[in-house]
Design a protein around this ligand. Structure first.
Ligand code: SF4
Length: 133
């Protein structure tokens, strides 16, 4: 790693892997993780973004005591039709549009720039098919 750091024009950022794992768990998680947050805090987890305060073992213990396997949120294949915990939040773009984009990505298909041809992503604030930008 020392050689990497000394290379001109190269910036190397290190991030604790288990912290990234936790970010993935909470980014994809649901309401059941609330009790894990409280348990982790009760066990002594505070200021976790500061490396010197981050205690991965306490987070593992919190998941264990709450009987939640964090891999459920990070390490399983999700079906395209799965209902997500955040589905009730209106982000503008429709879920159908996102599904189509997801499937196109696997086929290495690109999406046309919508500034010239609106493809009804769902975010338009005017009317269906009318460009919003
Ligand atoms: S023009 Fe607006 S509504 Fe149409 S695809 Fe683009 S962002 Fe979506």
């Amino acid at each position: 790693m020392q050689k990497l750091i000394k290379r001109r024009g190269l910036k190397f950022n290190w991030h604790e892997p288990y912290l990234s794992y936790l970010e993935a768990v909470f980014a994809r998680g649901d309401r059941r993780l609330g009790k894990v947050l409280i348990k982790a805090w009760e066990l002594g987890c505070k200021f976790d973004s500061w490396e010197q305060h981050f205690k991965a073992n306490l987070w593992s213990e919190a998941f264990k005591q709450c009987d939640i396997n964090p891999d459920f949120y990070t390490a399983r294949k999700r079906s395209i039709g799965e209902k997500f915990p955040w589905d009730h939040i209106d982000i503008g773009v429709t879920k159908e549009y996102l599904k189509k984009e997801y499937e196109k990505a696997f086929k290495e298909e690109t999406t046309e720039d919508c500034r010239s041809n609106c493809i009804n992503c769902g975010i338009n604030v005017f009317e269906k098919g009318v460009k919003c930008n």
